[in-house]
Design a protein around this ligand. Structure first.
Ligand SMILES: *Cc1c(COP(=O)(O)O)cnc(C)c1O
Length: 358
């Protein structure tokens, strides 16, 4: 066990690396975990020192409140390597800011930035051999933060655990997706927790996802809970549409998760002189544009897949077919631009890149 420099933390290294055990390059997203994980516990009103330990089971009572009442949030971010082979994190402080925003809504204590970033750097450094170097791959980082009071009864927990798991991942979607626009269920209502990265938002989306799959669709697109008219987002990604020569994406609200990829893409598009509107987008507007041949592109944005091209959208039996994504101008400009910035091939004007320098 060693004490890492800079902050008070313990590192317990595995005696048996799994790095060469499997062909992890061939495994599906989120199923193979690197050798170590980070843990940090909140007790007695303060965060205890973080620890890095071998990835493995964690002790937990079935009475912990997260399991019963859903006081649980998470993040999803990535570590990459640039062309020179240096490992880096993409916008980690923005991911922590969002985790703390989620925490605030669910009455959970904020996580201090210096401890989070420094211990994350140690974790990546230790498992650096797990950070892939090819352009389409990354080490996906999954902070999971939940309430641990062993108590049945609805109240704010006084104890919490944070774990950070890491998995090497490849490209997420390999082909354009067929989208089913959900008209019966709603993902989020105003004043609720749609903007929070909390477990319940995904649990409630699963039935629609299952029905969509049964009918041959890949992904669900959600409409607003009040009118079932305005586009909100996909179950795990934000939504972008190219109509004629401009880009439109739903304006952020309490019902939409503020994607960091969304924000990145908006910045890059505007810097290239492309008009981006953050406003309400009705499903009828999309249908109308599609009928007139003006719906040029539709794609999702998120850390896992970065961009997800849409092949078609179906809303109440109306089919909106997109052209082959290989012919698209806008998505095919912005995605490589972002990849080049991440790879250190283009200037990082926004300070999005955080090198692991420990
Ligand atoms: C995580 C997530 C996104 C995408 O956010 P990024 O920061 O771009 O990864 C979009 N919608 C939902 C519901 C999400 O959970």
């Amino acid at each position: 066990m060693i004490i890492a420099a800079g902050i008070n933390m313990e590192i317990e290294k595995t005696g048996h690396s799994r790095l060469n055990e499997k062909d992890w390059r061939a495994l599906p997203f989120g199923s193979v975990f690197a050798d170590h994980m980070l843990e940090m516990h909140y007790e007695d009103g303060i965060w205890q020192a973080p620890r890095i330990v071998p990835f493995g089971p964690v002790p937990m009572l079935p009475s912990i409140s997260a399991l019963h009442y859903g006081q649980t949030i998470f993040e999803g971010m990535k570590a990459y390597r640039d062309v020179a082979g240096r490992s880096l994190l993409f916008r980690p402080k923005d991911h922590l800011a969002r985790l703390n925003k989620s925490a605030e809504r669910l009455c959970m204590p904020a996580i201090p930035e210096d401890v989070f970033i420094k211990s994350l750097e140690q974790l990546i450094k230790l498992d650096e051999a797990w950070v892939p170097s090819d352009a389409d791959s990354a080490l996906y980082l999954r902070p999971i933060y939940f309430a641990t009071d062993p108590f049945i009864g609805v109240k704010v927990s006084t104890t919490y655990s944070l774990y950070i798991l890491t998995c090497p991942v490849h490209k997420f979607y390999t082909k354009p997706v067929n989208v089913w626009v959900e008209r019966n269920h709603a993902r989020a209502a105003e004043g609720g927790v749609g903007y929070v990265k909390t477990a319940g938002n995904y649990a409630r989306s699963m039935l629609s996802g299952k029905k969509a799959k049964e009918q041959g669709y890949d992904v669900v697109l959600w409409l607003d809970a009040t009118h079932r008219r305005f586009v909100e987002e996909f179950s795990t990604m934000n939504a972008f549409f190219v109509i004629d020569d401009f880009v439109v994406t739903p304006r952020l609200s309490s019902t939409i998760l503020a994607g960091i990829t969304r924000d990145t893409i908006i910045h890059l598009l505007r810097e290239q002189g492309i008009q981006v509107f953050e406003r309400e987008v009705s499903i009828d507007e999309l249908h109308d544009a599609s009928q007139r041949g003006l719906l040029k592109e539709a794609f999702g944005s998120g850390t896992a897949a970065v961009v997800m091209p849409v092949a078609s959208l179906t809303h109440e039996g109306r089919l909106m077919q997109l052209l082959d994504p290989a012919t698209w101008q806008i998505m095919n400009t912005v995605a490589p631009k972002l990849a080049a910035i991440r790879a250190g091939q283009e200037p990082d004007a926004h300070n999005w890149i955080h090198y692991i320098d420990v």
